[in-house]
Design a protein around this ligand. Sequence first.
Ligand SMILES: *Cc1c(COP(=O)(O)O)cnc(C)c1O
Length: 378
Amino acid sequence: MYRIPFNRPFIVGKELYYIAQSVLSGKIAGDGLFTKKCERFLENRFDSDRFLLTHSCTAALEMAAILCKIGPGDEIILPSFTFVSTANAFYLRGAKMIFVDIRPDTLNIDETKIEEAITPQTKAIVPVHYAGAACEMETIMSIAKDHDLMVVEDAAQGLDAKYKDKYLGTIGDIGAFSFHETKNVICGEGGAICLNSKKLIERAEIIREKGTDRSKFFRGEIDKYTWMDIGSSYLPSDIVAAFLFAQLENIDQIGWKRKSLFDYYYDRLQPLAAEGHLELPYISKESSSNNHMLYILLRDEDARNEIIDRMKSNDILSVFHYLPLHQSPVGRQMGYADGELPVTESISRRLLRLPFYYELTQKEQNQVVNTIIKYFSA
Ligand SMILES: *Cc1c(COP(=O)(O)O)cnc(C)c1O
């Protein structure tokens, strides 16, 4: 364990109390009291028709792939600069990954390169809102409409962030969220799927409940439930939802704290950016961020790796990601080669994420910043 770890899970309110309540309620399986509380909270806050809790964002993305009726030979357009689940959910259904490069400013999919990637086999576009900064959703939605494609937003990092006046994950047909312990609002492992089209809601409930219409049965709409469709078990225990609800109740407080952490890093690192040593995150004016992370972009891979080592010798953990998916063993099997997505490859070599978590103190942030300042003044 590092003195200043990269991430630290936290408790912000009544997490343990609600877990006890959930246990005493007599139902700790899925779709209990706290699952419903979380879903209604998310629907109200983000002005959406339907949220369903899942056990992870990965599960929400797998549900999305089923809802989009993806099958072998279908093509999906997505960035290569993302977490593996964005791709794997669709790859599991036999889809072909069409990786598109990212923009050098927001690090999100380059919307000007989407149209040229579309073929008659294309079924969906999967934009990823990296670091909680919005993709250019207006352009993406209009391309999708012109070509009759589904849009699945990977909003794993985008909870409570906005594009124009709309919350991320509520703009496309489907949105997928994560409450993994490294995200803004957490419950260990957890996620949610947001359905923005009424016709998807009923099928989503079935897919999430092992392919049965058990949700209707629980609502008393039918007197027995049965096998209706493909599906799996994608719902979390109500104990997990109890933890999550306590976090959601404090979503504003979590947001303010993260903003202050982000602003402190940003202000302190600004002089180094002005001197050309590093680049700081860019947030477009259409976007209001949830301050999911603070990354810096160094001049080259050597500088990035040297700073990681400096941090380690000061007992601080800073990390990088993503190894681009098109350069992974699976990506290479698909026929991708080095050099095909130059922006993605360059960013992946130069990006560094600084420690960022709810309980991080200003004193600790100061130590992180000073390590970087010292590196450049040597
Ligand atoms: C965290 C993350 C996921 C996966 O979330 P889980 O809840 O761990 O399954 C997917 N996509 C992106 C962009 C992520 O950051």
